[in-house]
Write a protein that binds this ligand. Structure first.
Ligand code: MSS
Length: 366
């Protein structure tokens, strides 16, 4: 096997053993590294940057970081210090890249071939966007989207629209959105968007804009390339354009973390199959496990703390297995009755894969 790539400097503090370095800006958590205590430690959390990560000057004065709020009755700039006086909420949330599971698409879409590890469940603290909007007189009339702009310095001489990480989500997403400065009990690491990040619970990774410098309520979606033609669901072979649906809300999904492709053959006897399940914007209701590739299913046990509708649940399925080979799959059902499907939604860029068949694992019991 190829020698694993070392961690790039800006994330040298991460746990190399738990990670797969695809590139300096795309780093995945190993399936075998996900534990069973719900929260993903920062050291193990995946990284995805569309632009190179900014330098440490961004977090030199965290409280002095400025956010411009526009599209409200009284637009103004606010520092993080001011935001901290305006409200405080905490949310546990699955942060998942739109392309998580892309590695299972047989047409080999361009982009990182993530399997399960472009995801984690993390806790964010910050001020509710609602509270900020209220303090600034409310959303201006006719606005339909909430648009966040990443603070990366863009190279000169190029059209900023082509590069800027700027995403629009439907206005209703504002209800549970946060402007967060803390993750898992610490100031948000620069690599994960400190000093200030827009958190849109239930929406895929790209909508959670790091180092946010502008929050605007807008009539239309941004013209930025990452929104206009990027992160849309188009048929295989068809270039995405604004007529294709944007990647916004996550869908119901689960996968088994143990056993996994790294765990190898296990001896006959008792085994605790475990994994994670989440419903995107809905809480997950139950999880079923199959040992025979989806022919028969039995209900798994949800274990560990329930950290709310946006977090994932751990599930456990205790079994006693005789020697043989097994195809172990899990299937989540959310509170709205949405069932994780057998098959992926085929699409050119390989987004939002929640197929239980793709995520199944082979196990040999000796
Ligand atoms: N933000 C910014 N500012 N920049 C960039 O690049 N990216 C995205 C988000 N945000 C970005 C941002 C993506 S795309 C993702 S996933 C996320 O982020 C990730 O996160 P972390 O923290 O993990 O790295 Mo896909 O859908």
């Amino acid at each position: 096997p190829a020698k694993p790539k070392p961690l790039p400097d800006y994330v040298a503090w991460k746990d190399a053993q738990s990670l797969i370095v695809h590139s300096a800006t795309t780093i995945e958590t190993k399936r075998s590294a996900f534990g069973t205590s719900v929260i993903t430690p920062a050291e193990q959390l995946f990284i995805r940057n569309n632009l190179p990560a900014p330098d440490a000057s961004f977090v030199a004065d965290r409280n002095g970081w400025q956010l411009a709020v526009e599209g409200v009755k009284n637009p103004r700039k606010l520092t993080v210090a001011e935001l901290k006086t305006m409200g405080l909420e905490t949310v546990a949330m699955v942060l998942q890249c739109s392309g998580n599971g892309r590695g299972f698409f047989p047409h080999k879409p361009s982009g990182t071939p993530w399997t399960v590890g472009a995801a984690g469940c993390v806790i964010w603290s910050g001020v509710p966007v609602r509270a900020v909007v209220e303090a600034l007189g409310g959303v201006a009339e006719g606005m339909r989207f909430m648009t966040g702009t990443g603070g990366e310095k863009l190279p000169e001489g190029v059209d900023p629209k082509g590069l800027v990480v700027e995403r629009s989500v439907p206005l209703k997403a504002m209800e549970d959105a946060l402007l967060a400065w803390e993750m898992n009990g610490e100031p948000i690491p620069l690599a994960h968007g400190g000093p200030l990040r827009l958190i849109v619970p239930g929406y895929t990774g790209v909508n959670n804009v790091k180092y946010i410098k502008r929050l605007a309520f807008t009539r239309d979606e941004t013209e930025a390339k990452i929104q206009k033609t990027g992160y849309r669901i188009s048929p295989i072979g068809v270039k995405s354009d604004p007529s294709h649906p944007s990647v916004w809300e996550m869908n119901v999904k689960s996968w088994v973390n143990y056993p996994n492709p790294d765990s190898g053959p296990v001896p006959a006897g008792g085994l605790q199959i475990h994994g994670v399940a989440f419903g995107g914007v809905n809480a997950v209701k139950r999880v079923e496990v199959s040992l025979d590739g989806g022919k028969t299913w039995k209900e798994a046990k949800l274990v560990g703390p329930d950290l709310g509708r946006y977090a994932w649940r751990q599930f456990v399925f205790p079994v006693k297995l005789k020697p043989g080979t097994y195809t172990i799959a899990s299937r989540a059902i959310d509170v709205e009755g949405n069932v994780q499907p057998e098959n992926r939604l085929e699409n050119d860029h390989g987004y939002i894969n929640n197929s239980w068949r793709d995520h199944a694992v082979q196990l040999t019991v000796a």
